[in-house]
Design a protein around this ligand. Structure first.
Ligand code: GUN
Ligand code: FE
Length: 427
């Protein structure tokens, strides 16, 4: 096999671990066949004849990884936040998602959605579609065309949903299997994920069937867990025999039996947190959504101290923005308020911890993604932060912090996923 070597030069900053940034001013990332070989300060002489993409003066940072968001809610950004979760779903979310029975509408909105992702520097995402098969195929095809990485899930929901947005479980399973077979390819950047919406909208028969599909095709799982107090009471009523919300998923072998993401996880018991740790379940921490829908503050420090895997999700349109930098800031704010108002012993997230969660933390769900260490895929953003810094010269960590808090999507000059530049004029 021919070795394709590409070298990227610039001011490199990333988090290999949560506690600190790795910085290389005027450094080099050497890639071979789109995977990182070395990240170095000085270019070894053996590479002196190789092509260098020179971004001197720009930041080179890992692309952002958003591990929880809803593509068909894109038009609802900023709507309905006087409601808590259940009335918000009923009055805003379900009526909007129902529109995706129309594939023309899906093409328009999903193109806008994907454009918003790459424009904001999100290179990988784990996405809920709606229950509609054809529109979900459109979403997966648009992701493939864009060059972004994604897990895409056809939503499953066959109870406690309005008539205009509910399925029969047999058809739901058939369509899910069709979608899995069509897109399940190990080398693809776009892959299927099993997506029971949440326990209240899925019958035991549906959960049983989805679990079998997950096992048969070795497909990961995503859902929602313990987001809102009324939701948790409802699950208790529906599954008195099982005893806890997390255990319902576990009962159906959809809680870490395959790679699993549970969104929110705000009000879990200590036993549930222990189960998440034991089974390697990822928490998608979605602070903007949790503020908008008055859901609460997830105990992220407790997860980190308990070795639970954590990534960050925008949860649009529970969250009001697809911007991961804004969501990183919200995660830091949430942790500060948790520290002041809930438990002084849980210290707040540092900028490196929050940045880690938004890159390598969530990136782990995709394999070696979200860092510039050896063997990682080259997913990167080139950020020109000259305007942000004015005349003052700052160290790399300060420049990154300034960009996260104060930068905009206009500062992003190029986006790479697995070594390929994304054409940002495609949609
Ligand atoms: N729980 C079930 N469905 C949803 C949804 O669409 N958004 C959020 N935030 N929570 C949910
Ligand atoms: Fe969600």
């Amino acid at each position: 096999m021919i070795k394709e070597i590409k070298i990227y030069k610039g001011d490199i900053i990333f988090c290999a671990s949560p506690d600190k940034f790795t910085t290389l001013e005027n450094g080099y990332i050497i890639t071979e066949n789109n995977k990182i070989k070395k990240t170095v300060c000085e270019l070894p002489s053996e590479y002196s004849d190789c092509e260098i993409l020179d971004f001197s003066g720009n930041l080179i940072i890992p692309g952002f990884v958003d591990i929880h968001l809803h593509a068909p809610q894109f038009e609802n950004l900023g709507l309905g936040y006087d409601n808590e979760l259940l009335p918000w779903l009923e009055n805003y979310t379900f009526p909007e998602e129902a529109k995706f029975s129309d594939t023309e509408y899906a093409k328009i909105i999903y193109s806008k959605f994907i454009k918003a992702l790459y424009t904001h520097g999100t290179t990988r995402s784990v996405v809920f579609s709606s229950l509609h098969l054809e529109s979900t195929e459109i979403l997966a095809d648009l992701f493939l065309e864009s060059g972004l990485g994604a897990y895409v899930g056809k939503v499953n929901m066959d109870r406690n949903s309005p008539e205009f947005l509910t399925e029969n479980y047999e058809k739901s399973l058939e369509e899910t299997e069709y979608f899995i077979k069509k897109y399940n390819s190990p080398d693809s950047l776009v892959k299927p994920i099993i997506t029971p919406r949440f326990v209240p909208t899925c019958t035991p028969e549906l959960m049983e069937g989805l679990s079998k599909l997950s096992e048969k095709y070795n497909i990961p799982v995503q859902s929602h867990l313990s987001e809102n107090l009324s939701e948790i009471e409802w699950v208790k009523e529906l599954h008195k025999e099982i005893g806890s919300y997390a255990k319902v998923y576990d009962h159906y072998k959809m809680f870490g039996d395959r790679p699993t993401i549970m969104a929110h996880c705000i009000h879990n018991t200590s036993d549930e947190i222990k189960l998440m740790q034991e089974k390697g379940v990822f928490v998608a921490h979605c602070p903007t959504s949790n503020f908008n829908l008055s859901s609460g503050i997830a105990p992220v420090r407790k997860f980190l101290d308990s070795s639970v895997k954590v990534g960050i999700g925008t949860d649009i349109a529970g969250g009001h923005t697809v911007s991961m930098p804004e969501t990183i800031v919200a995660a830091i704010h949430a942790s500060k308020m948790y520290n002041v108002y809930v438990d002084r012993s849980f210290h707040s997230l540092s900028i490196s911890e929050a940045f880690f969660l938004a890159t390598k933390g969530g990136g782990e769900f995709f394999g070696k993604v979200g860092s510039f260490e050896k063997d990682y895929e080259f997913d990167a953003l080139i950020v020109n932060d000259t305007e942000l810094n004015g005349n003052s010269r700052k160290n790399l960590q300060d420049r990154l912090e300034k960009y996260i808090y104060f930068g905009t999507k206009e500062d992003i000059k190029k986006v790479f996923v697995s070594g390929k530049e994304i054409n940002r004029n495609r949609f």
